[in-house]
Write a protein that binds this ligand. Sequence first.
Ligand code: KIV
Ligand code: ZN
Length: 387
Amino acid sequence: MEQIVIFDTTLRDGEQSLKASLNTEAKLHIARALERLGVDYIEAGFPVSSPGDFQAVSAIASAVKGAGVCALARALDKDIDVAGEAIQRAERGRIHTFIATSPIHVEKKLRKDFQSVVDMACASIKRAARYTDDIEFSCEDAGRTPREHLFTIIEAAINAGATTINIPDTVGYTIPSEFGGIIADIRNQVPNIDRAVLSVHCHDDLGMSVANSIAAVEQGARQIEGTINGLGERAGNCALEEIVAILKTRQDQLPFRTNVKTEEIYYASKIIRQRCNVMVQPNKAIVGDNAFSHSSGIHQDGVLKSKNTYEILAPESIGIPSSHLHLTSRSGRHVIRHRLSELGYQDGQDYHLDDIYERFLVLADKKGSIYDYDLEALIFLPDHRGV
Ligand code: KIV
Ligand code: ZN
């Protein structure tokens, strides 16, 4: 099975979307959780952006051993030098330099012509080589860049020394067939592409970031960039926990492996929620509160008979202790008996199922969610104690 490199940018692309920047202590805490998770690279920050970020990236570079530590830099000498200094102590330090390549960014934002952009990219890659031989180059807004321009700048970047070429869908504009097509064309048209690892970095503006990344892997990308919980600019980045879960669950279609220890996903997700003060929606895939919770009576009955009727992966494999049966007026009699038996009460001995179930429905219609203490109250209400 081929390896997919997992590049985490929670501390850079994720962090830049927060209302308040993270301090060094918080960034180190998250970096430790990512190291434990087993990601291959931690993009620790953008050192030139502030003294605090420089300090945080340097601290992570010194502390982290299991993962490579990456610093972001625009294609400018100053950025590269500061990034190079920040990763100096890393066991495996990477500089990630980028410049926009789409006509709208080149003309309206950079106010340059395309050839100047190619020259700046090559100069920054060569400068990065003073600090490390692990250099990633990104064509910002690649998703809206004409193919010929992509082919030209990628070939030049590899000749200048880039070892990873990253294709960002910066504004989350593409759809999977299209994004997969871009990757396939790069693989077929750029003559020296085999000298670099081809990477993708997708944003979620149209909710396509995970699907686009998977389409890219099917067409030859071998590094995926993203964040835990999908944190990131605007609608966020590709959620890495979803990528890893897809690769684990669908090996029949996607014969790839990663170094991620999936049982550490939930822990990392929780640390990042708390430290970044950004919660995840209950129905968020893999790590949301409802991701392994079953509500309808039919589903609950199925899960009690065989978990894989409604669970395509085990919660334990993500680090979630168990799946959850959510008791509401949609729950059936079997699940009530099951839950009461888990609590130590037996039908016919401690209660009558017909009686309890009737009163459970009345309460659930009024109250919504029913918890263990509600069930116990139904048993021990004076009029209905015992049998
Ligand atoms: O989305 C983007 O284009 C980026 C680059 C810096 C890689 O985050
Ligand atoms: Zn991004």
